[in-house]
Write a new protein. Structure first.
Length: 182
């Protein structure tokens, strides 16, 4: 059976879930290649995205390979941790750009005279500084894609609490008052 034949047998939600997981995997792979190309491992803080990638890979595998209720919950927790680490990465990159603003060839001579909001904007937009704030943003995007794939996952389906209980179904107790029993 080919992949195309398997995909035809899936429902729309399952097909979209697979596509979202593939997008997350591509984003994680691209981030790993970029981190390796930049040799992003010199300091302990630079090792955080590598740990985040390992957690993201684990979350992807938990959802993609025979998901169960516990693995879906675990993948959600791992993706949330990656999202937190990505937020730290964005902040670290913006702060590094802000601190390097005075070194910029164009804005460096007047860096201290610029308004604080302008300096922060230049740091966020990478007008100054060497660190790309969007690079850890890709990790955040990938973790959000994993969270999206885990949302209402069929493997995590528990009995729905929204449905009204119907008396007399097998396995459920029906409550009767003493006056009903004669």
């Amino acid at each position: 059976m080919t992949v195309q034949e398997r995909l035809r047998g899936l429902g729309t939600a399952a097909g979209l879930r697979i596509g979202v997981l593939c997008l997350a995997a591509v984003a994680a792979g691209g981030t790993a290649v970029e981190l390796a190309a930049e040799r992003h491992w010199d300091t302990p803080v630079q090792l955080l995205p590598w740990a985040a990638l390992a957690l993201l890979a684990a979350a992807l595998l938990l959802l993609a390979v025979r998901p169960r209720p516990a693995s879906v919950r675990t993948s959600r927790v791992l993706a949330a941790i990656v999202l937190f680490l990505a937020a730290i990465g964005v902040w670290e990159h913006v702060e590094a750009n802000f601190d390097a603003g005075w070194l910029d060839a164009l804005h460096g001579s007047g860096w201290d005279s610029l308004p604080t909001s302008t300096r922060w904007w230049y740091a966020v937009a990478k007008v100054v500084g060497p660190a790309p704030p969007l690079a850890p943003g890709v990790l955040a995007q990938a973790s959000l894609l994993v969270l999206l794939a885990a949302w209402r996952h069929p493997a995590s389906a528990a009995p729905c609490r929204d449905r009204p209980r119907r008396p007399g179904l097998p396995g459920r107790r029906t409550h009767t008052s003493r006056s009903d029993v004669s």
